[in-house]
Design a protein around this ligand. Structure first.
Ligand code: PLP
Length: 395
């Protein structure tokens, strides 16, 4: 049972080389945390070979690890990919993909409404790395075709945008990208593979902040990139081990643990969001509700085709503008004032004074975010408790 050492070894040596039980006849039910930074080999030739291969034996923690690989395979399988690279954060995954694929002089096309960190990252690529960018609407393949140049490498999309919850026309945009010979990268954080699988709609790479729904319990930061082809996976993998934005085994384990209840949580996030969106839509203090499940939402028809449900994030505009937005934020009792989303707790945010505070009034207007817009990342609490909190904060 135990891989023990000869008893002639001295205590100083025996304390270093502790026995490792060899597991035979049974196995752990849950994926253990492989808290080791490296792996040892019996055969030097196998070790030499492992160093340069994405699909080789485990070799070093920066490359991957059995716990991390379990998460990579789980999400890759859900997304319909051939392989995945787990990273230390969602931004780590996005940077791994963009830096791994772009070089100075390249052009990229991105949708107009982007997650703040991604928008900042692209600005940095443009400012410091000689990369150019053109922004197009998320649902306009003709604009994508018009924007493409000989040096265009990829188009970057988000399945559901923040905080206006616009849905990207993945089939149209990814098909146009393929025709034009450019790659499509889709951030599927808001939808997860349970609501939408971008690879089935033609995406080449899917990126995630596993910090959000995939982990789901507001206790871990992580990211992941899933690849539709082995060639792309291997290309980015070679860059990923150089970049070193690797996932930690404990973080990967927390994400795996969260993932097991993803389907149950998503169902509740979506049904809670439906109840809040529907009631907010008929509240006199509210001028508009942005949630793709509502017939009034500009993406409603597309969302009905692309998504199996409409997601757990919604935003709404208060008639009273900035003052009403700030008042709402200071009046909530149950919902927590916080950025981020996808956890079991409901979080509220006033974009104009927090996540989008660097935008001036004109830029805000262009994104569709009003001074009185409030975003709710709906949790899995009882919907009537959530509504009671929203109603009292509006009153
Ligand atoms: C949070 C988020 C990110 C960044 O992920 P981190 O884990 O915070 O680095 C990227 N895209 C979207 C849509 C997000 O919500």
């Amino acid at each position: 049972m135990t891989d023990s050492h000869p008893s002639e070894l001295r205590p100083e040596t025996r304390t270093v080389h502790v026995p490792q039980p060899v597991i035979e006849g049974s196995r752990p039910i849950t994926m253990p945390i492989y808290q080791t930074s490296g792996f040892t080999f019996d055969d030097p030739a196998v070790m030499a070979d492992a160093m340069g291969r994405a699909d080789g034996p485990f070799v070093y923690g920066r490359y991957t690890n059995p716990t991390v690989r379990s998460l990579e395979e789980a999400v890759s399988g859900l997304e319909g990919g051939v392989g995945a690279i787990a990273t230390g954060s969602g931004m780590g995954a996005i940077n791994t993909v963009l830096l791994g694929l772009l070089k100075p002089g390249d052009h990229l096309i991105a949708q107009k409404s982007l997650y703040g960190g991604t928008a900042a990252m692209i600005n940095d690529l443009v400012g410091r790395f000689g990369i150019t960018v053109t922004y197009v609407p998320e649902n306009d393949p003709a604009a994508l075709r018009a924007a493409v140049r000989p040096e265009t490498r990829l188009v970057y999309l988000e399945t559901i945008s923040n905080p206006m919850t616009l849905v990207a026309d993945l089939p149209g945009m990814c098909a146009a990208a393929r025709e034009l010979g450019i790659l499509s990268v889709v951030d599927n954080t808001f939808a997860t593979a349970l609501l939408c699988r971008p690879i089935e709609h033609g995406a080449d790479i899917v990126v995630h902040s596993t910090t959000k729904y995939l982990s789901g319990h507001t206790d871990v930061v992580g990211g992941l990139a899933v690849f539709a082809s082995t060639e792309l996976y291997e290309k980015v993998w070679h860059f990923a081990i150089e970049l070193g934005a690797s996932a930690d085994p404990f973080a990967a384990w927390l994400s795996l643990r969260g993932l097991q209840t993803l389907a149950l949580r998503m169902e509740r996030h979506c049904s809670n969001a439906r109840l809040l969106a529907t009631r907010l839509a008929s509240h006199p203090a509210v001028t508009a509700v942005h949630w793709p499940g509502l017939a009034t939402h500009p993406s409603h028809e597309l969302a009905g085709k692309l998504l199996s449900d409409f997601g757990g994030v919604l935003s709404f505009d208060l008639a009273g503008g900035r003052e009403a937005g700030e008042k709402f934020m200071s009046s909530v009792r149950l919902m927590l004032l916080a950025p981020s989303l996808g956890g079991v707790e409901t979080l509220v945010l006033h974009p104009a004074t927090t996540s989008h505070r660097s935008l001036n009034a004109e830029e805000l207007a262009r994104t569709g975010i009003g001074e009185g817009t409030v975003r709710i990342a709906v949790g899995i609490e009882h919907p009537e408790d959530l509504w009671a909190d929203v109603a009292q904060a509006l009153a």
